[in-house]
Design a protein. Structure first.
Lengths: 214, 214
């Protein structure tokens, strides 16, 4: 099994934190995204969606999509189970992961891609096009993120992590959502006390791949 | 177990088609979304994200998010397994479902919510706000959808469904992506031959809840 990845990419870091929480070491192949290697062979045929990370199984099967990769590894390898231990836990954790990802992480990812000059010509993940950066999409990402923060702060007053006392993949997604929003300089301590506590809790984990960069 | 739902909603129809494919009958409670019942009790406390559908388990646990609900039901009930039969199948189907959902279904859902007058004041799912409808988000949804169509047409020249010969939850997501794009009047037969064949294949299934409305 080999993980094709590019260390600085947001989704590569999500998988990296997941691997550290699972105590897994995988063989890695670095693909230089910035030099457009994903659009060249053999990578273009392996993942026609031209994104990292992707996982190659021993039989040649390719699994793309960060969460699909992490879920597969969680199913294949032992504790801690970061997607839950039984069907009910799995459903609740999947629900929380989706809420964080669809209402926070992804809208902010689109904000960043539509704002920073680095992503000009690369606005849609895995593409090289002349699609314009859109100020309205930047703004919508921030609006959706704030709606999400208002919704999760009360939940975190009663729960250490999104799934009660158990750290899960949903918290990892949360961590990378915060990372995308650093630029917004939100005063969590003042405005979202419970989220602030949760955010610090996750950042302080030894698995945090950004710990040395802060 | 009870499913709280509102028959005409896009995500309610996704779960309905899934239930029909699984031959499952669930007790259903209709919540009138158009009369803002989701913002009233007991529904607001059951799902503070104010969306249908959501599932109440016998112990009172609430599962929201269409895919989390469907995955739970797939795990709990026997064949056909629409999320796959083993870890590898599950990973591939999850990957396809995410590609279709994140690159097609959701961008188009945001297009529709930012375009039609029906969604004024309800632009972000599960909210009542004065956030403006954004023409740039309408356009971006269509652009992302066309990128996805270009990517999946070759795959469907070699595969009956997204996961080879096996119908899966990813095909159901595809069906509802097409439903959101009807308004665009894309000539699939002319421009995307393989997608056209796949689209007809799914539409003709007895489980299609829109079959009588077409």
């Amino acid at each position: 099994m080999k993980l094709y990845t590019f260390a600085p990419a947001a989704n590569a870091l999500r998988v990296e934190m997941f691997l550290r929480e699972k105590n897994l070491e995988l063989e890695k192949v670095s693909v230089n995204v910035r030099e457009d290697e994903l659009f060249k062979e053999p990578f273009n045929s392996m993942n026609p969606f031209n994104c990292v990370p992707f996982l190659e199984l021993n039989d040649g099967t390719i699994i793309t999509e960060t969460i699909s990769i992490c879920r597969y590894l969680d199913d294949q390898f032992e504790s801690p189970k970061l997607f839950g231990n039984d069907n009910k836990e799995q459903a609740i954790i999947d629900m929380w992961n989706r809420r964080i990802e669809l209402d926070g992480f992804l809208p902010l990812l689109h904000s960043v891609r539509n704002k920073t000059s680095f992503f000009k010509g690369k606005v849609v993940p895995g593409t090289r096009t002349n699609i314009n950066q859109s100020p309205e999409i930047v703004e919508r990402g921030i609006e959706m993120y704030k709606i999400l923060l208002d919704r999760i702060d009360p939940h975190l007053s009663k729960n250490k992590f999104l799934f009660g006392d158990k750290f899960s993949v949903a918290d990892i997604t949360g961590h990378f959502m915060f990372n995308l929003s650093n630029i917004l300089k939100i005063d969590f301590e003042q405005n979202y006390k419970n989220i602030y506590r949760w955010k610090l809790e996750i950042e302080s984990r030894p698995s945090n791949p950004m710990a040395n960069n802060i």
